[in-house]
Design a protein around this ligand. Structure first.
Ligand code: FEO
Length: 395
């Protein structure tokens, strides 16, 4: 890897994880990821903003060596999760005079997670500043993006916001500055959906606070540095708004074809109503893709066969995730087939309690769907179209 200056005396010293394919043993990473750390050299003091995942400590150390830095005064820890804090111990071993600068909540978490001794810390309050000598860091608390202790750091003279996980993307590319807005938009949207979407109300408030800052660069802890901050800020403003699209998402599983037949019939009926449909076979669909589509969907229709007396486990998992991600869905329904009975609908309804949706009548077929079931699916498509017209997403 290579250390790279993003502005005079501000150097990216992070690590690229090109082939990491899973985060938190849950989130697929089709584009790998990066752990961004930044060295800020003031006239008097030197600060390292965040570190890297413990598996990449060596790369951070090599990059620091490449910068020629011989002293670090402050390690600013914006967030206690180990992909950013996990190399603090190694930095302290090499630069024992360094102080870990963070807030009280993050300090307590770092002591629990990394077993760092209390005497290594100095805490800051919201809005507090630190002058490094011509480079003033201002600390901005931003709880729930996505942990309660997260803070951001604003470098006043250079108008750079170090935004931690907030506004980031799981994306590895060879240079830290954004080069491809289309690719980055998709990666950032997916990341927002997987990590930030449950916290939309808090994020709205943070965006409002940030709107008062003059910004030349936004430098998150994953993905790329934004030389046009409005690009990512506008995207977030849209994603956290209540705006949805004329889109129905149909996560489905089919064991012997009956549920698939229902999904295909419903999809056709919705398309004839001028509604965009995305059916996702949850045996193959990566959950990050599903999460990304949930950002804009107005309606979700869960489609499952009945297995072992209830919902198919892959759809149970999908429902659990959709419920945890709290998308801005307005309507939901359930379709599927059964052999002799079961609690598929009850199982699903019990898992979707966080969603503030209006439930449209489920359609269940006994065995193969019959003409009566197809008519019920046509009626469901018409009901969805009427609801979409009602919220103004379908003319
Ligand atoms: Fe990238 Fe919440 O850590």
């Amino acid at each position: 890897m290579a250390a790279m200056e993003i502005k005079k005396n501000i150097t990216w010293v992070g690590a690229l994880d090109w082939d990491r394919r899973l985060f938190d043993e849950l989130i697929p990473l089709p584009d790998g990821t990066s752990y961004n750390a930044y060295l800020v050299r003031g006239g008097d003091k030197i600060a390292l903003i965040d570190t890297v995942d413990p598996g990449k400590t060596e790369e951070l150390l090599e990059n620091l060596q490449e910068t020629g830095v011989t002293r670090i005064d402050y390690i600013v820890s914006q967030h206690a999760e180990q992909d950013h804090s996990g190399s603090i111990g190694a930095i302290l071993e090499i630069f024992p005079q360094a102080v870990v600068l963070t807030n009280e909540k993050c300090k307590a978490m770092l002591m629990d997670l990394l077993l760092l001794p209390e005497n290594k810390f100095q805490t800051v309050s919201d809005g507090q500043t630190l002058d490094l000598g011509g480079k003033t860091l201002e600390f901005i608390f931003a709880p729930w993006v996505h942990w309660p202790e997260t803070m951001l750091t604003y470098l006043r003279e250079d108008k750079i916001l170090f935004s931690c996980d907030f506004l980031g993307a799981h994306l590895a590319q060879s240079r830290p500055l954004l080069t491809d807005e289309k690719r980055t938009y998709q990666a950032a949207k997916r990341y927002f959906a997987e990590i930030m979407m449950p916290f939309r109300p808090q994020i709205r408030k943070h965006l409002e606070r940030l709107s008062g800052l003059a910004l030349d660069l936004i430098a998150p802890s994953h993905g790329v540095v934004y030389p046009r901050p409005v690009f990512i800020l506008d995207a977030y403003r849209d994603w956290v708004s209540e705006r949805t699209e004329n889109l129905v998402l149909i996560p489905f599983v089919s064991m012997h074809g009956s549920t698939r037949e229902m999904v295909e019939h419903l999809s056709g009926a919705l398309i004839r109503q001028n509604i965009t449909v995305i059916p996702c076979n949850m045996i193959h669909t990566d959950i990050g893709e599903l999460a990304k589509e949930l950002v804009d969907a107005s309606t979700v229709v869960m489609a499952s066969p009945t297995v072992l007396g209830g919902v198919h486990p892959a759809i149970a998992h999908t429902a659990f995730l959709a419920n945890a991600l709290r998308p801005k869905l307005k309507f939901a329904s359930i379709i599927g087939s059964y052999g002799w009975g079961g609690r598929m609908v009850e199982n699903l309804l019990a898992s979707l309690g966080n969603l503030k949706v209006e439930l449209l009548d489920p359609v269940l077929a006994k065995g193969c769907p019959s003409e009566k079931d197809f008519q019920a699916l046509d009626a469901l498509a018409a009901a969805i179209a009427a609801k979409h017209r009602g919220i103004g997403v379908l003319p």
